[in-house]
Design a protein around this ligand. Structure first.
Ligand code: GLC
Length: 557
């Protein structure tokens, strides 16, 4: 627990905090040792080449003429409203106001954003907390707007929280575990702020968040990239934080797969939804976090050992994912014709998947052109469901090859009604119904078909879709999705999720003024206006990772 406060809660005052930050950054820049400046330059060079990946010159020209990328934003106004050559959408200003209303201060400094600021909601549950995963789009919006201090404060504070001893009942969690969420408690009489964190011991289902640590590493890189300030990532604390997170995942044991074995509910889908095993959402984030850490870890004694393990794991992980999680028309046809009970190294059907277990819907869903990473692969089990976050992150991290990335975008275009419908974007497709819903979710009334995690539509995913669209050179798809969001989000007071096959209804138990719906929209808008922001959250293909044998004809057509 933290001790006494230096000041009370501060009211939202963007102008003041931004100008303070400006001074602060300037003095730090002047102080920066020469070595850092040199290294920063190489980081920036990488950033440019990373940005160009997936973008043909024509695409860039096209975007440049419309959105004039590259101009820096003003500090005291949201970037979107200063940079446009056309009138900004009125929603942008509303979104910034709503985002600022969600700010949380710790001892006078901005620290993060609340999950939701819904005064009309009957139960607060834990929506009055700062969630690590929910803060990511907020952080990106602030970074894109030149407001770096809140992101730095968040990164430093969560790192301190990571150092706390974590116990569930009498069982101690690994040192590296990052909290799912935390809360600033303000004592008005004592004038003190303290922090209470949840590592899963209060969460429904008592599951520790596997994604939090990965998002932390990804955000540290985004911060470094956006500010050019390597000094934070280079601190012994950050270096140790990264190593601790990854040590949890890189230990050798009984695993025969390079993927990470997880409990149900350990990610954004934080309730029982049949994602236990090797969920794509976690594997894609794991891959991205490994690559981000690789770029930031120092080659000192402790770092070196970790780096070696990361390199080996990345190799194996990309091979495994690209080979066994990838599904396109050709691959589906191959699985449909699989022989079973094959023994020894010559087996084609390595995991003994029984073709009868392929659900009917997937035969109709799979277009001739297109493909995606399926939800899960483990012995005799392939979860064919589509998960949006995992697939978009796979594109951003270059876990997907260039061909696979293009195929994912082809699928989204071909199955627009199913995956986007009237509100971007389905968290997963299709929904579990009837008997399957009963068995897999344990009769969860919050996750009924086409609601919440079970096929609900989550506006927050818009920023991931937009980033993936820009990276694959298809900004027009993002534009289409943003138009859909703009037709309803503000009117409906920024819901957490929508229900229904087409996402037409505001979700049954959806919060209003859900912060990541607001921030996700802003990030999508800013990225489309200035695609150079993509570099913060995207990694170029690493040629060292051997591409797997191409088995699919759809990759080439
Ligand atoms: C819900 C979501 C989770 C999110 C949290 C706070 O529990 O499932 O992903 O982090 O709300 O918004």
């Amino acid at each position: 627990m933290d001790g006494h406060a230096e000041g009370g809660l501060k009211n939202v005052s963007s102008v003041c905090s931004i100008s303070e930050m400006d001074d602060y950054n300037l003095s730090r820049l002047l102080d920066r040792p020469r070595l850092n400046i040199e290294r920063q330059r190489s980081f920036d060079e990488r950033s440019l080449s990373e940005l160009s990946i997936g973008f043909t010159r024509a695409h860039l020209d096209n975007l440049e003429s419309t959105y004039s990328p590259g101009r820096r934003s003003g500090f005291d106004t949201p970037a979107s409203s200063t940079r446009n050559s056309f009138e900004p959408h009125p929603m942008v200003a509303e979104a910034w106001d709503a985002l600022r209303r969600s700010l949380v201060y710790f001892r006078g400094q901005p620290l993060g954003t609340l999950a939701a600021v819904d005064h009309a909601a009957e139960e607060v549950l834990n929506y009055d907390q700062i969630f690590v995963r929910d803060f990511v789009p907020s952080a990106l919006a602030f970074l894109m707007n030149g407001e770096h201090d809140i992101v730095k404060n968040f990164l430093v504070k969560t790192l301190q929280i990571q150092g706390w001893e974590k116990k569930i009942d009498r069982f101690k969690l690994g040192e590296g575990v990052m909290p799912a969420s935390f809360k600033v408690q303000h004592d008005a009489t004592r004038k003190s702020d303290t922090i209470v964190a949840d590592f899963g011991e209060s969460a429904i289902g008592r599951v520790a968040p596997v994604d939090s640590g990965f998002w932390w590493i990804i955000l540290l890189r985004a911060y470094t990239k956006s500010t050019g300030d390597l000094s934070l990532a280079e601190t012994p604390e950050c270096q140790k934080g990264m190593r601790l997170i990854l040590t949890l995942c890189l230990a050798e044991g009984f695993d025969t797969f390079p993927t990470l074995l997880c409990a149900d509910g350990c990610s954004m889908v934080d309730r029982r939804m049949g994602i236990y095993g090797y969920p794509i959402e976690i594997q894609a984030l794991f891959f991205m976090a490994l690559r981000c850490a690789l770029a930031m870890l120092k080659h000192d004694e402790e770092g070196k050992e970790c780096i070696e393990k990361i390199v080996k794991r990345l190799h194996a992980l990309s091979y495994h994912m690209r080979s066994y999680f990838w599904l396109d028309f050709q691959q589906l046809n191959d699985i449909y014709r699989y022989k079973t009970e094959e023994y020894s190294h010559t087996a084609v059907n390595k995991f003994n998947v029984i073709p009868d277990s392929i659900p009917d819907w997937v035969f109709d869903f799979m277009p001739t052109r297109g493909g995606y990473f399926i939800g899960n692969v483990s012995p005799a089990r392939m979860d064919f469901r589509w998960f949006a976050l995992g697939n978009c992150v796979a594109i951003l991290a270059s876990l997907a090859t260039l061909e696979q990335s293009a195929a994912i975008m082809d699928l989204i275009e071909a199955r627009w009604e199913e995956l986007v419908g009237e509100m971007p974007l389905k968290i997963t497709y299709p929904a579990l119904e009837g008997h399957e819903w009963r068995i897999v979710t344990g009769c969860d009334p919050k996750n009924t078909r086409w609601s919440y995690h079970n096929g609900g539509s989550w506006p927050v995913l818009l920023w991931l879709l937009t980033a993936a669209c820009i990276k694959t050179g298809r900004p027009q798809i993002a534009r289409r999705a943003i138009d859909l969001a703009e037709s309803r989000l503000l009117k409906d007071s920024w819901p957490e999720y929508y229900d229904g096959k087409l996402g037409r209804f505001v979700g049954k138990q959806s919060r209003k003024y859900q912060t990541w719906s607001i921030a996700g929209y802003l990030v999508a808008k800013m990225m489309l206006e200035d695609p150079s922001h993509l570099g913060m959250i995207s990694l170029e293909e690493d040629k060292q990772m051997n591409p797997v044998l191409k088995r699919s004809s759809s990759w080439n057509c």
